[in-house]
Design a protein around this ligand. Structure first.
Ligand SMILES: Nc1ncnc2c1ncn2[C@@H]1O[C@H](COP(=O)(O)OP(=O)(O)OP(=O)(O)O)[C@@H](O)[C@H]1O
Ligand SMILES: [Mg+2]
Length: 256
């Protein structure tokens, strides 16, 4: 899984959560549309054999700002893997959409060299259990250092003030992982997916709260150089607490 050009300056955003249907492709496509609207050509890399993000790109009109697509789930016999996964030189932002099931080796590979990792979470008890396992794997298997502050959660399809959202917030708070945006449950995301656009490309009066949340995520993502600089000055406060495993177990049992 080699990304050859401009490795140091590439904003490599990985979106993952092995729970199917939690909103990975929705986030990848909406963030790509938002970056494209600003002028630079972002790239999306789709590792999911379902190819939802590539299919979205195919539905996208040629009149809209360009997004480069890389079908990483396809294995080509004619080209080397690094050639197949090459990112155009002008690309500054790469959004990686991941499949629903990711083994430990793939998790390490996917997150290597990432500048940010986003975990979309639906606020049902089952989804929160799955998300807690995913975050445990990111910290304990992929060895994501929380001092780098590259890991964040996006609460998706959320109705405000639910018990499960409060539980998710308490759990993440105990680990110092931020929820950087809360996306409401709305047909705007379904329609934009069908049309190969992002909510930021729909009539503003209709999508304002949704587009604002996507912008909030972009702002957080764009702060990665600052977060990286800050991480070197942060000391023991952000170390993984000794009781991390028991926190995850309690979250899985629904008692956090
Ligand atoms: N905030 C939302 N409001 C309404 N519908 C949503 C929202 N987010 C996602 N959806 C819809 O939920 C379905 C699943 O979303 P999506 O495909 O993004 O999930 P995924 O995590 O990529 O799934 P998979 O694991 O199968 O790849 C899609 O039909 C999508 O349009
Ligand atoms: Mg998907």
């Amino acid at each position: 899984m080699l990304i050859t050009p401009r490795k140091d300056s590439l904003n490599r955003i990985v979106i993952l959560n092995p729970k199917g249907g939690c909103g990975k492709s929705t986030l990848a496509t909406n963030l790509a549309a938002s970056y494209a609207q600003r002028g630079a050509v972002p790239a999306v890399m789709d590792y999911d054999p379902q190819g939802s993000t590539m299919a979205w790109l195919e539905r996208r009109s040629a009149d809209l700002p360009t997004i480069h697509g890389i079908a990483a789930y396809k294995k080509s016999m004619q080209a080397t893997r690094s050639w197949q996964l090459r990112v155009p030189n002008e690309t500054e932002t790469l959004l990686v959409d991941s499949p629903a099931s990711v083994d430990h080796d793939d998790l390490r590979e996917l997150t290597r060299d990432s500048t940010s990792i986003l975990v979309p979470v639906l606020p049902s008890s089952m989804d929160i259990h799955a998300a807690s396992r995913c975050i445990a794997d990111l910290l304990l298997v992929a060895k994501i250092d929380r001092r780098d502050r590259k890991l964040a959660v996006v609460a998706n399809r959320t109705r405000k003030n639910t018990k499960s959202l409060a539980k998710l917030m308490r759990f993440l708070d105990s680990l110092g992982i931020p929820i950087i945006a809360v996306l409401r449950d709305t047909q705007n995301f379904v329609l934009s997916a069908e049309e190969g656009i992002g909510v930021c490309e729909m009539p503003p009066s209709r999508v304002r709260p949704d587009a604002e949340q996507i912008e909030k995520i972009v702002d957080w993502l764009d702060a990665w150089p600052q977060r990286r600089r800050d991480s070197t000055s942060v000391t023991s406060v952000n170390k993984i607490p000794a009781n991390t495993r028991s926190l995850f177990r309690r979250a899985q049992l629904g008692s956090v």
